[in-house]
Design a protein around this ligand. Structure first.
Ligand SMILES: Nc1ncnc2c1ncn2[C@@H]1O[C@H](COP(=O)(O)OP(=O)(O)OP(=O)(O)O)[C@@H](O)[C@H]1O
Ligand SMILES: CC(C)(CO)[C@@H](O)C(=O)NCCC(=O)O
Ligand SMILES: [K+]
Length: 258
């Protein structure tokens, strides 16, 4: 069998083809497209792929985007399935007031992170920072219950907001500095430390709540840029959304076969 995982984010679609719907399995191919370029997939990067036998996706954009992805998948004879956050899945319990209103990307990444944590040793509280177009900071207790999370504007959104909302600020890229002494560095450092500070607050909340040091993981395309500026060590994981999709798909297939 072959398994196609798709993560349709706020700005870009990321996909990966695996040789099975099983965590830890080999990735055969992967790619990324800006949402404006979804129509290129079937005649471009997907054209030469072995046909996937199963697919599971995660989408934060609306139904129109989802339809455009499904259209590209007509290349193969594989049904499209999309994760909808629920009350419980794969051992993670959803503490959101309205579980289905939680972003599917957040839910799937948490499931990936929780299983990564369990594979490493005994259960611990978990902080998951996902750094992309927007930044989310999730808190899970030792039992795998999602207590709640923060949504913070991403670095790019923050800087664009400053550029459009002030009279005279323009935002060339600067460096992250402890004491920024020019506008570019002040803006870049301000955005970076705003994110790092939000993550640190959630760490403190979870430490207080659980009385035990949380494990810290970070994922998302811009994670590597944030990691050096964090107040404590974070494990940087390439793509927890794919890991989560593999985990969910393998369990659903096993349940269907039983
Ligand atoms: N120096 C930086 N520090 C932190 N974040 C940054 C930095 N530079 C860019 N970014 C953020 O990284 C984002 C790109 O990350 P990523 O590739 O994960 O986004 P994306 O794939 O477009 O997101 P999504 O999954 O929501 O579509 C930009 O939108 C910007 O907010
Ligand atoms: C917060 C984002 C934008 C992060 O990608 C996404 O997960 C989303 O649109 N979420 C829905 C709202 C929520 O999670 O509460
Ligand atoms: K994202």
């Amino acid at each position: 069998m072959t398994f196609l995982a798709i993560d349709v984010g706020n700005s870009r679609l990321k996909w990966a083809l695996y040789d099975a719907a099983r965590p830890g399995t080999a990735m055969l191919a992967h790619g990324v497209e800006f949402l404006d370029h979804i129509e290129r997939l079937s005649e471009g990067p997907w054209a030469g792929l072995p046909a996937p036998t199963h697919m599971l996706g995660c989408v934060v954009a609306g139904d129109a985007i989802k339809r455009r992805v499904v259209e590209q998948m007509e290349l193969w004879d594989v049904p499209a399935h999309w994760v909808v956050p629920s009350q419980e899945e794969a051992g993670v319990v959803n503490g959101y007031d309205y579980p289905t209103r939680l972003g599917a990307d957040r839910w799937v990444a948490m499931i990936g992170a929780r299983h990564r944590l369990l594979a490493q040793g005994p259960a611990r509280p978990l902080i998951l920072a996902m750094v992309g177009t927007a930044v989310t900071v999730e808190a899970l207790d030792t039992s795998g219950r999602f207590l709640g999370g923060l949504i913070v504007p991403g670095h790019g959104i923050m800087l664009r907001a400053l550029e459009s909302g002030t009279a005279g600020l323009h935002v060339p890229t600067g460096e992250v500095r402890l004491f920024p002494s020019n506008t570019s560095d002040a803006l870049t450092s301000g955005g970076t430390y705003a994110i790092a500070g939000a993550v640190e607050r959630m760490y403190q909340h979870l430490l207080q709540h659980c009385g035990q040091e949380p494990v810290c993981m970070m994922t998302g395309g811009a994670g590597w840029k944030m990691a050096p500026s964090m107040t404590r060590p974070f494990e940087l994981v390439e793509n927890l959304i794919f890991d989560g999709l593999l985990e969910i798909a393998s369990r659903r297939l096993a349940a269907a076969a039983a």
